[in-house]
Design a protein around this ligand. Structure first.
Ligand code: SAM
Ligand code: SF4
Length: 358
């Protein structure tokens, strides 16, 4: 559905019964267009070394308090095999941003190795930051088929309030990367944090129009969570309280579901961090993807993007049982052993060949 900037703003400002009505409409649209399935991406937090200095993120280069790690190839492949055994259907490899040749080669090799598991039965999403188009192409050719790169804010002025203004943090470059990803053939996902200092309803309405204009296949939206060891923390008093951030995130998901009915949308872990029911609420507002954490326990606490991250201590088995029960309680079910591609993308691209679901 097409919506104007003013219509989107009005929906994002909805409260009480009006907000409930918005969420109800979004759920109806999702169930009609996508069914009640939730797709899983087993999240492998590959490493927390990062060349960048985003002002909100605990992994930023300038944070000397975090112990840095990088998983071994064996660790990554064990996680991927576990995802396969658990029937997740897909893995997502995420890390701090690195552009050295060793990193690029390793990811290419690992993607190829993951593809060998059970004849290529696992789908692969990457979330490894800004890279050259050549690198994106190499990883795509190796077998990755989805890529998540949040724009963080589609408003250039706000972007530079939450990133240093230097060549490593260029708003134009971030957009150019999204364009490269789409050109390369990835199901491309983007997103923003909700509840940032200085962020207004106008910014958020602009973000939704940006997603539509870019015609992305996936969106990951989550509340911003202030991290004490980052420069943005000094503006924490400008951050809306948790309930307001949660409600705004839910309204963003719901409005986007009305605007782009057949895209994949992630119920981010950050939702559950600020509200114990946050992930279920996001699913009921229109999200349809969850990323259970498969990172080996000893490293998880170092992937410290923001404080009090949910499920850090859960084992994969506990996580799966918990998810099955929680989703059944809200009338949803996990679609096991499937890639769970975005119907919006597959219909548009007429996907065939190496990246089609076997
Ligand atoms: N380095 C890659 C990148 O930036 O695209 C991927 C890893 S990065 C940790 C993944 C996402 O974490 C970012 O896109 C950002 O939106 C989110 N994030 C970082 N700090 C956050 C915070 N304090 N609160 C909520 N989300 C945060
Ligand atoms: Fe690095 Fe990504 Fe965190 Fe920015 S958001 S500091 S690129 S890990």
């Amino acid at each position: 559905m097409d919506m104007t900037f003013e219509e989107i703003k009005a929906l994002l400002a909805a409260e009480g019964a009006q907000m409930e009505l918005l969420l109800k409409r979004a759920l109806e649209v999702k169930l009609r267009e996508m069914d009640n399935y939730v797709h899983l991406r087993g999240l492998i937090e590959f490493g927390n070394v990062c060349e960048k200095n985003c002002l909100y993120c605990g992994l930023r280069r300038g944070n000397s308090k975090v112990g840095r790690y990088c998983l071994t190839d064996d660790d990554v492949l064990s996680c991927a095999r576990l995802a396969h055994e658990l029937g997740y259907g897909s893995v997502a490899l995420q890390s701090g941003e690195r552009s050295d040749a060793d990193f690029i080669d390793r990811i290419e090799r690992l993607v190829k190795e993951i593809k060998k598991i059970d004849g290529g039965s696992l789908g692969i999403t990457l979330s490894l930051g800004e890279q050259t188009e050549d690198t994106y192409r190499r990883w795509f050719d190796a077998g990755a088929h989805r890529y998540l790169l949040r724009i963080e804010s589609s408003d250039e002025t706000l972007y530079y309030k939450i990133h240093p203004r230097d060549s490593k943090h260029s708003f134009r470059q971030r957009i150019a990367c999204l364009e490269s990803l789409i050109r390369t053939g990835y199901q491309t996902g983007t997103g923003v944090m909700v509840g940032l200092p200085f962020q207004t309803i106008d910014h958020l309405a602009g973000d939704l129009l940006f997603f539509k204009q870019m015609n992305v296949a996936m969106v990951g939206l989550g509340p911003y969570i202030p991290h004490p060891d980052t420069p943005l923390y000094r503006f924490k008093d400008l951050v809306p309280e948790a309930k307001k951030r949660m409600d705004l995130t839910l309204k963003m998901i719901a409005v986007l579901r009305l605007m782009m009915p057949r895209i994949n949308m992630v119920a981010a872990t950050a939702n559950q961090t600020i509200d114990p029911q946050g992930r279920e609420k996001a699913i009921l507002a229109g999200a349809n993807v969850i990323m259970p954490n498969l990172t080996p326990g000893e490293y998880r606490e170092n992937y410290f993007i923001y404080p009090d991250k949910a499920c850090v201590k859960d084992t994969p088995d506990q996580c799966q049982t918990c998810l099955d029960i929680r989703l059944a309680a809200i009338g949803h079910k996990i679609q096991y052993n499937a890639w769970g591609d975005s119907p919006a993308f597959t219909e548009m691209a007429g996907i065939t060949g190496a990246h089609a679901r076997p």
